[in-house]
Design a protein around this ligand. Structure first.
Ligand code: TXD
Length: 314
């Protein structure tokens, strides 16, 4: 039994942030501080969550604040602050607005928690990991983007529904950026160890892959206001759990590559081992020429976002 309680800061008390705070508190893994620019919003949501604690039988503190001093010495900082996509708006439209927001919140949070591991959620995801790396000055091991865990959960849920099997037995592999260029890999996706191409036709697989790629947009189109938050919050909890319990889960996450997969200096989603140090290592997989080309295309779209940000705020 640990002697000191863990502390997690969630920046942004919107849909994803508040739901993430709820998941973390209810899982009993850590105290949670929720911070937002809007006065009263994080305080109100935190109070509401704290009042649910007796019913969930947990003793974790949930605190809302507008002051970064309250976030000091966090073990993990989850960044969800920013604008969410509206219907018809691409992730890239958000780029420059969220760049300014992420830069500001990460700078302030990193000052208070210089040892923390940052999980970035704000879109456009891969570009925001670049912003957070620069603003924090942290090593790449401690600035990790959440996208692949969500994308592969979506892919798993579609595969399981199609085959009418338990989601637990489905394992899905997704590489690349979060967005239209994500690279789901059916070849490395399995049902109880059986490769997907042995269970579904190429045509069916392609349909599921397309649905995965458009997974975020499908939810946005239905909700009309705002974007997905239940599965995103669950995905963050998955990463947090692997960090706090040093589980060494192999999860697809967006990290800065330095030559791995033939990509240098760009943040791209790849399988990594997630433990107490954040990214413990990158797992390199041999790709087919088509898969490698798709990954390069994905990296290319991240590069163009990074170039746009550099041009706007040199
Ligand atoms: O897979 C993924 N990575 C994603 C990404 C999955 C789901 C959502 N994804 C992105 O997360 C989404 O495109 C947005 O960029 C973020 C947050 O989505 P959410 O749905 O939570 O958006 P909300 O509900 O609009 O909440 C954003 C909150 C809101 O309360 C603002 O007041 C706050 O962010 N905000 C700030 N907080 C602190 N500091 C600053 N500067 C700030 N600016 C806005």
């Amino acid at each position: 039994m640990g002697l000191c309680r863990r502390k997690i800061t969630v920046i942004g008390a919107g849909n994803v942030g508040a739901t993430t705070a709820q998941r973390i508190a209810e899982a009993g893994v850590a105290d949670v501080v929720v911070i937002d620019v809007v006065e009263g919003l994080p305080q109100g949501k935190a109070l509401d969550l704290a009042e649910a604690a007796p019913l969930h039988d947990h003793d974790n503190m949930v605190k809302g604040t507008n002051d970064y001093a309250d976030t000091a010495a966090s073990d993990v900082v989850v960044v969800t602050a920013g604008l969410a996509r509206q219907p018809g708006m691409s992730r890239d439209d958000l780029l420059l607005k969220n760049q300014a927001i992420v830069r500001s919140v990460v700078t302030q949070a990193a000052e208070q928690s210089p040892e923390a591991i940052f999980i970035i959620v704000t879109n456009p995801l891969d570009a925001m990991v670049h912003v957070a790396l620069e603003a924090s000055g942290f090593p790449r091991e401690r600035v990790i983007g959440m996208a692949g865990v969500l994308d592969s959960a979506r892919f798993r849920s579609f595969i399981a529904a199609e085959l009418n099997v338990s989601v637990t037995d489905v394992s899905a592999f997704v590489l690349g950026g979060h967005g239209d260029t994500m690279v789901p890999l059916p070849r490395l996706s399995t049902v109880a160890g059986i490769p997907l191409p042995e269970l579904l036709s190429a045509e069916k697989i392609e349909q599921l892959v397309t649905r995965t790629r458009n997974g975020g947009a499908e939810v946005v189109a239905l909700l009309k206001t705002g974007s997905a938050f239940y599965a995103p919050a669950s995905s963050v909890l998955h990463m947090v759990d692997s960090i706090l319990n040093d589980r060494h889960r192999v999860l697809p996450c967006a990290v800065l590559l330095r030559g791995e997969f033939g990509i240098d200096g760009l943040v791209v989603g790849v399988p990594i081992v997630v433990g107490a140090g954040g990214m413990e290592r990158i797992i390199q997989v041999k790709l087919t020429p088509e898969e490698q080309a798709a990954l390069q295309t994905s990296a290319g779209s991240v590069r163009s976002l990074v170039d746009t940000m550099k041009a706007a705020h040199p």
